[in-house]
Design a protein around this ligand. Structure first.
Ligand code: ADP
Ligand code: ZN
Length: 431
């Protein structure tokens, strides 16, 4: 552990620290952010009403629309001249959402990421290849500063440029790779194509996140690269990568509770749910100066677990993100989460973890087509075998989702690979 005195803190001590920091944050928001002051007034709430950690649930929620309404700097709680950096989320529609950091914020973030890299077994002797995109996206620079903070050697290669990634990985003897899991898988396939043996290379661990992935994908990446692959979670609004990170036990991501207070709520009612329940993740930042957020609704669906972890860390763990409250597709009136289809595809074993869902509407009827790659070997097999796999998948998807889908098995490497987050759904109905 990089920060054993904190990561291994008793729950009681931690709650005390969290409460102290929460009060400071609440006051900061109230005094410096007109949006929050107005919300408090509207709710008849004063900072003094927050008398214990349990009063967290009295605080107002913040949602992504609040960020848009206050574009670009309206929610900042520090004067602009104290803000040393901004990031912005990709935002597929309209204006991006903008977040800001003071020098202290950047320092805490770097400490956090250093802690995450240490969780993957990293220290100053490591060579960390940062394959997350650099720029407004928080991935690249976020991980970069943390790796430097740890004292590791950083290769700031950013995303893309696959052959070059592989060349430098060998020449510079990279030990830890950081990128999206879909890109890691792609890199491992390209390596095989180019005859590069990553299993016997210096590479020992991967810190993968920024998009959902599965246990099967983890196994595939670990086998292809001969590494331990760990999940990292975060979102720009709350900080960026490093809000939570897996330890060597690979059984959920420890939420960095000295910086963020997590909650699970019922997305319909907003009611706080106990540990162990599935619901929407909500975070309150408790150290941030430039962009503090009270009870930010992530729309990510997960579960928080308080059972003690074998690694000795006392921070609660969150399960892999199981979907979002808003990526839900409604196909012929049925709620469909792409992750449900993903698990069917990954569990069946005959196909590769590369797929694309195409939703369309003709004559007022919705259709769902699932394109999925089969392995090289499989594709050269007889047609009958392929037909069997198609039939099996169609059947399984129908039984899980309750609607029929057209399955299209495609040749290996025909579904476009992404260098950042993978595109899994094309919904033509919106066009
Ligand atoms: P944007 O994608 O809008 O530019 P972010 O990069 O902040 O903004 O994206 C954050 C979102 O990415 C999270 O809310 C979550 O849905 C997803 N995400 C990040 N890390 C993970 C992870 N390890 N597993 C699953 N989803 C993740
Ligand atoms: Zn642990």
């Amino acid at each position: 552990m990089l920060h054993p005195e904190i990561e291994g803190m008793s729950r009681e001590e931690l709650r005390k620290l969290q409460y102290e920091r929460l009060i400071k944050t609440v006051n900061r928001c109230y005094e410096n952010v007109p949006f929050y002051k107005a919300k408090f007034k509207e709710m008849g709430l004063e900072p003094g009403d927050i008398k214990s950690l349990d009063d967290l649930k009295l605080l107002p929620f913040t949602v992504k629309q609040d960020l848009r309404d206050n574009y670009p700097f309206g929610l900042f709680a520090a004067p602009r001249e104290d803000v040393v950096r901004v990031h912005a989320s990709s935002g597929t529609t309209g204006k991006p959402t903008v977040v800001g950091y003071t020098q202290n914020d950047i320092n805490s973030w770097a400490d956090l990421i250093a802690r995450c890299i240490a969780m993957a077994g990293g220290d100053k002797d490591d060579v960390v290849q940062v394959g997350y995109g650099y720029g407004l996206f928080t991935g690249g620079l976020g991980v970069h500063y943390g790796a430097e903070r740890l004292g590791a050697t950083v290769i700031p290669i950013s995303g893309g440029n696959t052959s070059r990634q592989l060349m430098l990985m060998q020449d510079f003897a990279t030990t830890i790779l950081c990128c999206t899991p879909s890109y890691a898988l792609f890199l491992s396939e390209e390596a095989r194509e180019e005859g590069i043996d990553l299993v016997n290379s210096k590479l020992k661990a991967g810190i993968f996140g920024a998009e959902p992935w599965s246990e099967n994908m983890r196994k595939e990446i670990e086998n292809n690269m001969g590494i331990k692959a760990l999940n990292i979670y975060g979102l720009s609004e709350v900080m960026g990568p490093g809000v939570s990170m897996e330890c060597e036990c690979q059984s959920g991501m420890h939420v960095m509770e000295d910086y963020f207070i997590p909650e699970i709520i019922d997305p319909e009612t907003g009611e706080q749910l106990p540990y162990g329940s599935k619901g929407e993740l909500v975070f309150t930042t408790i150290t941030k100066e430039a962009f503090p957020l009270l009870r930010y609704r992530t729309r990510d669906i997960s579960v928080l677990r308080e059972e003690k972890c074998e690694c000795g860390r006392t921070f609660v763990r969150m399960d892999r993100v199981m979907g979002r409250t808003d990526d839900m597709l409604i196909i012929r009136g049925v709620n469909v989460f792409p992750s449900q289809i993903e698990s069917v595809l990954l569990e069946n074993g005959d196909t590769e973890p590369h797929y694309l869902l195409v939703v369309d509407r003709k004559d007022n009827l919705d259709s769902l087509e699932v394109l999925v790659e089969v392995s090289d070997k499989m594709f050269s097999d007889e047609v009958r075998k392929l037909e069997e796999v198609e039939k099996k998948l169609r059947h399984e998807i129908a039984s899980v989702l309750g609607i029929s889908a057209k399955i299209k098995l495609v040749e290996p490497k025909t579904i476009p690979r992404s260098e950042g987050k993978a595109t899994r759904v094309i919904d033509k109905r919106k066009l």
